[in-house]
Write a protein that binds this ligand. Structure first.
Ligand code: SF4
Length: 295
């Protein structure tokens, strides 16, 4: 089903809008300078929405005035009780993320009511770590029940996410949900791991959904540098469209037919490029011979 359009701050999500890249800050909540520095690096790398964990009382009011210097909508990630969520809305966050799997139903509904009053947005984030389910369909059904419950209040400015560290589970839950609801989807594979393993799992899950036409915001979540998550997210968003997201270097694997050292030339080419060059939306092919080259 085509998703309905909603708004997070001034940014449109869903419908015909492009898939938006979300990043999450990893610096400690008590180090506001580090949070701002990291946020700036993420926005510079291409993040369009910044999420920050708001673990407890007083944190939202402390960090919002600092993070609002970033030029993108801010999302507060809140769990367990409604306190942090309500404080985040009061402080000025554009969106809150709550998890019905670890928050009492009444608290979630209070957060929905306050979000509507403030004209903010909300994400209902379900994951297999906090919802005890045995199948992707079961997770999607829980999400669909909540989806209906919230729409009945007249509030529609929300998105849903269903994540698991299993790629197959994540993809199937999102596919199931999207058959029955027009609510925009935030997609990602949660706790996918570190290094190449995390990137491959994220790419497989997010890539599958994007190629299905699903996903309105996305976050790559791997253990490690948050800037790398944004770089991976931009590459992923590019694979679902005909146009490259950033400089895309196509190189062949090389074989006995090669007339040059493809690996060395690709490496030298990459080294010669600046950060600014990588922002150019171009495809460059480095091929060992004319077989698969542009003639
Ligand atoms: S482009 Fe040429 S050199 Fe590269 S893998 Fe294909 S056949 Fe081999």
């Amino acid at each position: 089903m085509i998703s309905r359009e909603i708004k997070i701050g001034e940014v449109g999500i869903g419908g015909s809008k492009p898939v938006r890249i979300q990043a999450m800050l990893k610096s400690g909540i008590s180090d506001s300078k580090a949070l701002l520095r990291e946020g700036r690096r993420l926005v510079e790398a291409g993040a369009e929405l910044i999420r920050c964990a708001v673990p407890g009382k007083g944190h939202a009011a402390e960090i919002y005035p600092i993070l609002k210097e970033l030029s993108v909508p801010l999302i507060a990630d809140c769990h367990f009780t409604k306190t942090a969520a309500l404080e985040a809305l009061k402080a000025g966050f554009d969106k809150i993320r709550v998890n019905p799997g670890n928050m009492p139903e009444g608290a979630v509904m209070d957060a929905v009511e306050k979000t509507a009053e403030k004209g903010a947005a909300l994400r209902l984030g379900f994951n297999t770590g906090s919802c005890s389910v045995s199948s992707p369909q079961e997770l999607a059904k829980i999400a669909l029940e909540w989806d209906e419950k919230i729409k009945k209040t007249g509030f529609e400015n929300f998105v849903v996410s269903m994540k698991s560290s299993s790629v197959k589970f994540t993809v199937e839950a999102n596919r199931f949900f999207s058959v029955y609801s027009d609510t925009p989807l935030h997609i990602g594979v949660t706790a996918s791991g570190s290094g190449i393993e995390g990137i491959i799992k994220s790419a497989a899950g997010i890539g599958c959904l994007l190629l299905d036409g699903l996903g309105d915001t996305l976050r790559v979540s791997v253990t490690g540098d948050s800037v790398q998550e944004v770089v991976a997210a931009r590459i992923l968003r590019g694979i679902a469209s005909e146009k490259p997201e950033r400089l895309e270097i196509i190189s062949c694997p090389a074989c006995s037919r090669s007339r040059m050292d493809v690996g060395r030339i690709s490496e030298k080419f990459r080294e010669a490029l600046s950060e600014e060059d990588f922002k150019k939306k171009l495809r460059v092919a480095i091929m060992g011979c004319e077989v698969n080259g542009p003639g």
